[in-house]
Design a protein around this ligand. Structure first.
Ligand code: FAD
Length: 122
């Protein structure tokens, strides 16, 4: 079951984002919903591929406005596939992957998706 999201709502979300929104009909959607466990075959209503912290905020607000379940994809290694909500909104942190280490201050900053090969952009 895939809940359809109106084009008007989608337009507003797209305007607010640095990253991308993917619908089930769009190129890159199947790749973005694929996780480590290939048995997970859930179809989110939309996938927000976040490029900034502001995008994450927008994605959470959008899910709340549309009353959609949220799944957060970090590395995509959750064996039960919690990152991929059926008919919900998937917050894909893949574009925000990265690790930065400051050896002098002994501080490591790890972003949301540090370890799984990112899906290619459509
Ligand atoms: C091959 C393999 C090797 C592993 N090796 C190790 C290891 O050596 N050490 C170790 O500690 N762990 C290991 N794990 C477990 C893995 O690190 C954990 O499952 C980890 O939580 C995955 O993080 P992720 O960002 O890849 O998860 P994702 O699948 O991207 O999901 C993000 C995280 O958020 C959670 N989540 C997503 N949506 C929601 C929601 N709506 N509500 C609540 N939670 C949510 C998920 O459960 C998950 O933990 C391994 C897993 C695999 C498949």
């Amino acid at each position: 079951m895939v809940t359809s999201v109106s084009t008007a709502v989608l337009g507003v979300v797209r305007d607010r984002l640095d990253g991308q929104v993917l619908l089930p009909v769009e190129d890159g959607y199947d790749q973005a919903r694929s996780v480590w466990n290939a048995m997970i075959d859930r179809r989110p209503a939309l996938i927000v591929r976040c490029a900034s912290i502001g995008d994450v905020v927008t994605a959470v607000r959008t899910a709340r406005e549309l009353d959609l379940e949220i799944g957060v994809r970090g590395g995509g290694h959750s064996v039960v596939g919690q990152a991929v909500p059926e008919a919900g909104l998937m917050i894909d942190l893949t574009p925000m992957s990265g690790v930065r280490v400051d050896p002098e201050r002994r501080i490591a900053r790890v972003r949301g998706a540090p370890c799984f090969p990112p899906a290619a952009s459509p």
